[in-house]
Design a binder for this molecule. Structure first.
Ligand code: HEM
Length: 423
């Protein structure tokens, strides 16, 4: 369907586009703050001293802000901006308000995560687990967002106006809601002090894996699919079915092998195979028809899916765990594939200036390349612990470039014009 067709207006009206742009740029500032926390963590590792903070709390503050303050509101901003062209009648103000709610709660909870983690803080006489309470509120906001999307999807289906990308959005939104069960389970264990190391690990992995692969990568794939014509492509439904079947149980494949009974481990490896096959079957055929500027993010998405596919093999999964490949995988998927997809699409659709993808691409390259030597897969033939200093340098370069690009987008760039490419 052509972008100029009457059923498919290419972009939001300018005032509404500006509203989505404000949310996107605010989310990019959350990225910069989260990147600074990541760099501080690396500095702590190099000095072997985290001052008054605990390493685990700092790591948690970083990952929470990246996932909840950057990726989620940025995705909501882009979904809102693309909705009219896909035949999705989302209420603009209410949908953007959920993005702002997620953003504000993520920022508010960051100092609490950094100082106390999930532990209760003494406020006067009371002891309150601040970060857990704010995270609970944030999940309430996700449910409102999901309800808005599902209502609009239901109406689009009833009117027969949907684009195939909407099916991927509906699965991604379902993953967002279901993944929250893991976050509730973790918060309950932290607050009550009940549960074992294993049950906490299971809750974290269930949440991060389903939220990350289902909601974030699923959402990115839907946005990429939305760049292509509405004509259904072969195997699309089947591929989405594979992803939907595998993603909820994928977390079992990332657990330490000794922690789970053999049958449960087999289910985890099978789930990894299904999720990877679904992601690859959805993403690979987009390579040719997508504009060249989107091919690097797509290649990183395929690399993430290939790393997931490797988890299907028990010996490879065990080798990856021993060698600490999870951290590299998380950053290839979320810093590489997801972040670059969001930035590039934001530029294409008028939410970010044209210079952004180049600067962010360099930032993510510096981050990812300096994470590789931290894994055990890298031959450590140069002594002296240079890997941790290189990772600090990579984090600082990524911080400086992403901060520069966000400063430019906020204060220097003229309001960008959306591309008039295919809807
Ligand atoms: C400039 C960019 C970034 C920097 C400097 C950075 C740095 C770090 C550092 C230092 C850690 C802890 C590593 C360790 O445990 O040894 C970490 C973990 C993590 N990061 Fe990032 N990161 C960046 C981008 C991102 C992005 C964009 C996301 C997601 C959208 C993300 C999500 C995570 C997650 C989920 C973890 C694992 C947390 C855990 O195991 O509890 N990071 N990152």
């Amino acid at each position: 369907m052509d972008s100029a067709s009457p059923q498919n207006p290419p972009v939001l009206p300018p005032d509404q586009l500006r509203a989505a742009r404000r949310l996107f740029i605010a989310s990019a500032w959350a990225f910069v703050l989260a990147a600074a926390l990541g760099a501080l963590f690396r500095f702590g590792i190099v000095r072997a001293d985290f001052g008054p903070l605990q390493a685990g709390d700092l790591r948690h503050a970083h990952s929470h802000l990246m996932l909840m303050g950057w990726a989620t509101p940025a995705l909501i901003a882009l979904i809102t901006a693309r909705a009219p062209a896909l035949g999705l009648q989302l209420p603009l103000r209410a949908t953007l308000a959920t993005g702002w709610g997620a953003w504000a709660l993520a920022l508010l909870s960051t100092p609490a995560f950094a100082l106390y983690g999930y532990r209760a803080a003494a406020i006067g006489e009371a002891k309150i687990p601040i970060a857990a309470a704010l995270s609970g509120l944030a999940m309430g906001v996700w449910y409102v967002f999901a309800a808005l999307v599902w209502r609009a999807l239901w109406r689009a289906r009833a009117a027969g106006t949907g684009h195939p990308a909407l099916r991927i959005f509906s699965v991604a939104t379902l993953a967002l809601v279901v993944s929250s069960a893991g976050a509730w389970a973790l918060a309950a264990q932290m607050i009550t002090g009940r549960g074992t190391v294993l049950s906490q690990q299971l809750a974290v992995h269930f949440f991060v894996d389903l939220f990350g692969i289902g909601w974030l990568l699923g959402g990115a794939l839907a946005l990429l699919r939305a760049e292509l014509p509405a004509t259904p492509r072969p195997f699309e439904r089947g591929a989405l079915g594979l992803l939907a079947a595998g993603a909820p149980l994928l977390f079992l494949a990332g657990m330490p092998p000794a922690a789970l009974p053999p049958l449960v481990r087999v289910i985890g490896h099978l789930a990894a195979a299904l999720s990877a096959a679904g992601l690859i079957a959805l993403a690979a055929p987009m390579g040719r028809p997508l504009p060249p500027v989107l091919r690097s993010p797509l290649a990183l998405l395929l690399l993430s899916a290939t790393m997931l596919a490797a988890l299907a093999s028990p010996p490879v999964a065990a080798w990856g765990q021993v060698n600490g490949l999870r951290l590299l995988f998380l950053h290839v998927a979320f810093a590489g594939a997801l972040t670059l997809t969001l930035i590039t699409l934001a530029t294409r659709r008028g939410l970010a200036p044209a210079a952004s993808p180049r600067l962010w691409g360099q930032a993510m390259a510096a981050l990812l390349l300096t994470l590789v030597p931290l894994t055990g897969a890298w031959p450590s033939f140069i002594p002296g612990g240079w890997e941790t200093r290189a990772a600090l340098a990579g984090a600082l370069i990524a911080l400086a470039l992403s901060a520069g690009a966000t400063f430019h987008a906020t204060f220097l760039a003229r309001s960008p014009r959306p591309s008039r490419g295919p809807a």
